[in-house]
Write a protein that binds this ligand. Structure first.
Ligand SMILES: O=P(O)(O)OC[C@H]1O[C@H](OP(=O)(O)OP(=O)(O)O)[C@H](O)[C@@H]1O
Ligand SMILES: Nc1ncnc2[nH]cnc12
Length: 540
């Protein structure tokens, strides 16, 4: 790792005329704070405008002159052009900030301060223990957006020089898409997206990773970056650094020269930049100050230490790299997570899962085997095939959404029917499962585990065996009703459909946004649940 790799951007506190000459990374003196430190330390929270209320009015209606941001020309010239904007004159120019005469250059700390005061925080989103940094208000206002771009451009050029020679800005889905293309234009570079799986056509490269709140994977089109192109990766936030490091891997796999990373915000306590081996530029560092007063009042009574403790827990297998506040004991759960997520122990979980699977399969067969030995279906409990088949349906449907380690998957097997009903009926739950999916590939789709293949196969065989036995073996004291037979056949057919869905969907994300085959599998499963209820009723 180069010496400069971990150096943080130097805060530009110089007056306009004193702006130091642009320097290359190697000549940049390492700093220990983000670009916003000077401004955030003194930033009074209670004066923070609420972009959803009065303060936002100015943002949405630039002509009233109250907007907290500034137009590009104001930024670059120091003059207020809101009257020009009112008269319909353009408020942005195509001139790069770095091309401005030095006497007209905006000061980075002032811009950062304005931007910072418009961020919002949400406790316990998207999971308990996460303090979510909401950057969206910066995009709701053209002036703030302009300010943001100028600040990022200044940040980059002050480190990489007036002409940073960036060929491609790579933006990470999805918040990296908000400003990546606009920043690319400012830098005279192209834009290339890094996307979540199954969204990009053609040949793609993919890589899995862990982030602050769960596992995920990224993909890039294989020809998106040409060999030797200088690439800057852009995203809104660096937390554990998992996303950024994975994107860096992809860029290098494609032959790109990774020049640096630019983030709007860094959650320093998670030490994400330690995972990155090129320069990292950030505008703000987040969460040293805890919640802002508004969030504190309305959302939580936790102490900051409790919150910190939770955040550490939520950072999953990154716990070792997290600094523990004084007096705090590192929890065994963190070691457990580290162990469980390591490659070596994946095998143990796999074998245990396989054992659990074999046991559960064997436990279902005494009845049909007994039938065969006795040449009779006497004592057949007619409802179990439904549960097996429907359960298997749900297992295959749940597989793409579940975390891929054996223990949790085995537990899920037990609750698959109940879980299936919830999954089928709640988008929120689907999203939460989706957020936790990770990836080991066993049958060609990174989201489908072994169970996803074996269970419906098994369900199909078991269902067919039951049908054959109940129809062929005498005496038929607990003969299935016609309705029940039809329902079993339907379940078998649905299992076959599930199996077919696997190869058909193996190259694409099992989409939850309306255009995926999985929607149909969900629907069929849900119908099977209803069928099960009707069928069970018909036995009584
Ligand atoms: O440093 P890390 O721990 O990897 O976390 C940072 C990533 O997490 C967020 O993305 P998220 O996956 O929530 O997706 P979004 O941008 O689509 O909201 C954020 O936008 C970063 O990309
Ligand atoms: N705390 C956080 N807030 C917003 N985005 C994030 N991405 C990862 N951690 C985040």
């Amino acid at each position: 790792m180069p010496d400069s790799a971990n150096s943080k951007p130097v805060l530009n506190t110089h007056a306009e005329g004193e702006h130091p000459p642009h320097s290359l990374p190697g000549s940049t003196a390492p700093a220990t704070q983000g670009a916003d430190k000077a401004s955030t330390a003194s930033h009074p929270h209670d004066s923070k405008p609420d972009p959803t209320t009065g303060g936002e009015k100015g943002i949405l209606h630039p002509s009233d002159g109250k907007a907290p941001g500034a137009t590009r020309e104001e930024l670059l010239s120091g003059k207020n052009s809101s009257q020009d904007a009112e008269r319909g004159l353009p408020t942005a120019s195509a001139t790069s900030a770095s091309q401005q005469p030095s006497s007209e250059k905006p000061q980075l700390p002032a811009l950062v301060k304005t931007l910072r005061s418009n961020l919002r925080q949400y406790p316990d989103f998207p999971q308990p223990g996460i303090l979510f940094e909401d950057i969206l208000p910066l995009f709701a206002s053209p002036k703030l957006f302009e300010t943001l771009l100028t600040a990022l451009e200044l940040l980059i050029t002050s480190h990489l020089g007036k002409d940073p020679r960036i060929d491609v800005v790579v933006g990470l889905e999805s918040r990296g898409f908000l400003f990546g293309p606009a920043l690319a234009l400012r830098l005279g570079a192209g834009f290339v997206p890094v996307r979540k799986p199954g969204k990009l056509p053609g040949t793609v490269k993919s890589v899995g990773f862990q982030k602050e709140y769960g596992g995920d994977s990224f993909e890039m089109q294989a020809d998106a970056v040409k060999s030797g192109q200088r690439v800057l990766i852009a995203d809104d936030i660096i937390a554990t650094g998992g996303s950024a490091a994975a994107a860096g891997d992809l860029v290098r796999q494609l032959g790109g020269e990774l020049v640096g990373y630019v983030f709007m915000m860094e959650l320093e306590f998670l030490k994400g930049r330690d995972k990155l081996d090129v320069e990292v530029f950030t505008l703000f560092s987040g969460q040293e100050e805890g919640l802002d007063s508004k969030a504190k009042d309305s959302e939580s009574k936790e102490t900051e230490q409790e919150r910190e403790q939770k955040r550490v827990k939520m950072s999953g297998n990154k716990a070792e790299e997290v600094e523990f506040p004084m007096g705090m004991i590192k929890e065994p759960a963190d070691d457990w997570d580290n162990w469980r997520n390591s490659w070596g122990n994946w095998l143990v979980f796999f074998l245990l899962s396989l054992l659990a699977l074999i046991c559960s399969i064997l436990s279902l067969w005494p009845q049909p085997i007994g039938n065969l030995v006795r040449r009779s279906t006497d004592g057949l409990t007619t409802d179990w095939p439904f549960w097996i088949v429907v359960g298997a349906m749900h297992q295959v449907r749940l597989a793409p959404y579940t975390p891929h380690n054996g223990s949790r998957k085995s537990m899920l097997m037990l609750s698959q029917v109940g879980g299936g009903v919830l999954m089928a009926s709640s988008k929120v739950i689907q999203d939460q499962f989706e957020a936790r999916k990770g990836g080991w590939a066993i049958i060609g789709h990174e989201n489908l585990g072994l169970f996803g293949l074996i269970l419906p196969l098994h369900a199909m065989i078991l269902g067919l065996t039951t049908l054959v036995q109940t129809n062929l073996l005498p005496p038929r004291t607990s003969k299935l009703s016609q309705t029940s037979s039809v329902l079993i056949w339907l379940c078998v057919a649905a299992s076959v459909a599930s199996l077919l869905a696997i190869p058909l969907t193996s190259k694409r994300q099992l989409s939850m946004d309306g255009d995926g085959w999985w929607q149909w599998v969900d629907l069929v499963s849900l119908l099977m649940i209803y069928a099960l209820v009707v069928a069970t009723d018909s036995f009584n």
